[in-house]
Design a protein around this ligand. Structure first.
Ligand code: HEC
Length: 192
């Protein structure tokens, strides 16, 4: 039953997204493929071990896992570079793990970043995340990003993202260029 519901949601999203994306654009075929475009994140694990998380967040994890999988797999947010830290937390983390602040492709540290990102997803046509669920998902992702990406886990997080990006660059070169190409040209001062 859950599976069926998820499938209906997915189809609904794909349809609404497709229609939305093709409006006012001429490149029909390519805009229709938007939702299935890949990210390096998509190649990573699609679950989190939340056994040590507070009970309330364990509940929020269930909401997140179900609702945020409507258009792309849940691996996309799970392996995301986004790391939500307040200004104070950033100061402390910078002293302990400066490598988290060197490359936004590995860790993108910003105050309220998950809050903004969940809202952005909620504005997408057909998104099943509404009201309170948005807050629950945000709280979960903010907490989870601290647990898995900072402190004693910072180094393994950086290594995990590096591997995802390297594998993705190899197997999906075109998609990699589309996502990160400009940035790298810019860094190296190329103007092709
Ligand atoms: C209605 C379809 C839809 C739903 C539902 C949805 N997403 Fe997305 N998501 C997208 C699309 C399309 C993209 C590609 C980037 C863009 O268009 O913003 C994306 C990209 C992402 C990315 C990659 C961003 C980056 O730049 O690295 C993350 C992380 C993400 N979504 C998280 C979530 C979370 C968390 C939820 C649940 C609150 C969610 N998504 C629900 C459609 C959706």
């Amino acid at each position: 039953m859950m599976r069926f519901f998820a499938l209906v949601l997915m189809l609904g999203c794909a349809l609404v997204q497709g229609v939305g994306a093709s409006e006012g654009e001429t490149g029909g075929a390519s805009s229709l493929t938007k939702v299935s475009d890949l990210y390096p994140n998509d190649m990573g694990p699609a679950e989190i071990d939340v056994s040590s998380y507070p009970n309330e967040l364990k509940q929020n994890y269930k909401v997140f896992k179900f609702k945020c999988a409507a258009c792309h797999t849940i691996a996309r947010p799970i392996n995301s570079q986004f790391l939500e830290l307040s200004q104070d937390e950033q100061k402390k983390e910078k002293a302990a793990n400066p490598e988290l602040f060197k490359d936004k492709k590995l860790a993108h540290v910003e105050d309220k970043i998950w809050n903004r990102y969940v809202k952005r997803m909620m504005t997408k046509p057909g998104c099943p995340v509404k009201g309170e669920d948005g807050k629950k998902i945000w709280e979960f992702l903010a907490y989870d990003s601290k647990v898995r990406k900072t402190g004693a886990n910072a180094k393994s997080w950086i290594a995990h993202r590096k591997k995802l990006l390297a594998d993705f660059k190899k197997s999906n070169h075109e998609a990699y260029e589309k996502l990160f190409g400009d940035e790298e040209d810019h860094k190296e001062g190329k103007h092709e």
